[in-house]
Write a protein that binds this ligand. Sequence first.
Ligand SMILES: Nc1nc2c(ncn2[C@@H]2O[C@H](COP(=O)(O)OP(=O)(O)OP(=O)(O)O)[C@@H](O)[C@H]2O)c(=O)[nH]1
Length: 511
Amino acid sequence: MPDKSNPMDKKLKQAIEQRIVIESARKTQVDTLSNFAAKLSLSCKGLDIELDNRLAKFRSALNKGVSFEHLSPLINDILVLLKNQEAIQLAHQRDLRTSVKNAGKQLQKTNGLPDNTRRTLRNLLDNELDAVQSTHGFIPLLNQLITIYNQALHTKFNALPAEQHTDTPAIAKKLLELAHQLVLEDEAAEQIQSIRTTILQSNTVDDLLAAAIEIISIIVKNINNERQSAQSFLVSLNKTLEELHHSIFSTSKHSESMGIEFDVLNKRIKTKINNLNEQTKSTTSISSLRKLVDHELKSLGEDFIAKEELERKDRKVLITSFDKINNRIGSLENKLTKYKKRLNDQRFKSLLDSLTKLPNRAAFDERYNHEMHLFNVQASDVTLVVIDVDYFKSINDRFGHTAGDITLQVIAKALQKSIEKTDFIARYGGEEFVLLMPGTSLEHAIPQLEKLKKNIKKIPFKFKDKQIEITVSLGATQFKQGDTLLKAFDRADDALYEAKNAGRDRLCIRK
Ligand SMILES: Nc1nc2c(ncn2[C@@H]2O[C@H](COP(=O)(O)OP(=O)(O)OP(=O)(O)O)[C@@H](O)[C@H]2O)c(=O)[nH]1
């Protein structure tokens, strides 16, 4: 059926349909544009707050279907901001290139990098770096660089001296302390000294483990020696006592048998004299009397000689036996003296710090106890001082542990020289010393301590051709009524803490 509708209506209908098509096309375009703008703005997000704001406005305007005329100023603003961003990005890129290049060059100087890694690094710096066009392009390069850095750190770590390893200083320190504390003599002392040197120079955990095992074996050997020496002394003592017992027993047995022989002889002599008496009475002629006397005297003479011989033998046996006993006792006494000396030496040595030769903490504890006891009995003045070397760690770090050890020895000597005869100084541990000043009040101690502090500061230390000034901080207190060992020490320690906090190289006191 033909279309009977009005041509105007028709045109209108067509126009409406076209309009719908255009509208929908525009909507699709706007949607695509909004999507694109949203994506773009999200990828730029975070670069610049201002840009973020403009892009957010732009997205919302697009969504609302704002006309192009209204969008135009927004777009212009965004363009200006984007241009700024571009300049900023370029500057960043330049900076990034320079720092990557510098870091890489620094890395090239590291010793011990594997050849492969070194080649990769050279290629990265000479070619790949120049080819990078965007900031994002740096990311894979930076990744590579970080990997190489890791390898370099690993290599470097393994090559570091043991005391600088992050997980080895504690072991090395413990070992050194242990080696310090070992009180051994002669050969063992030399062995320990050489192990100490090994520890100081070692750069691997393996070296430290080997040193630890050596130290343990020396300790075990020395314990065995000590035990053997004690055992040999006891065995010798036992043997001497046995011999003594045996000698006394055999001497008394001998004396017993000698006694019987003497008795027999004496009886014989007595009988003979009696006989002689009786016979003399009954004899009638001189000649028979002479005969009788001759005979009996001869027989008596023989008996006397036998008696004399018996006595001589007896004396000889006794003298030999006493000589033997004497010798035994003499050698036992010798052993006893040596053993006593050994024990005394051990005790003396175990109270001495092997590095500084000052009394050690054990010796200090003993003396401190004694002084506190005296104070509680007679309440005289006693000043207690804790002295700590300032920034000592940096001496070790800059000049090595051996330089640190020497520093401690020199300081110990200077401290010893700076105190009175009646004072008592000890190495408390590490770089800390303690001083007891019996009979000195805190007030009187102050000028002495200030002088001591100056004496240390004046020592002309020189390491690696560098003149170094070393200072100490001091905390002092005086014993007071009601003090315990801990209370007094804590007060001195608090004063030291205050001296450290106030800048070091000073004396602080706590009353
Ligand atoms: N060479 C050597 N160093 C030791 C010895 N005993 C302890 N040390 C070191 O002494 C250092 C003490 O360092 P810290 O306790 O940090 O004190 P410091 O560096 O002196 O700093 P302040 O006390 O705060 O002034 C540590 O590095 C120890 O390893 C030793 O017998 N010989």
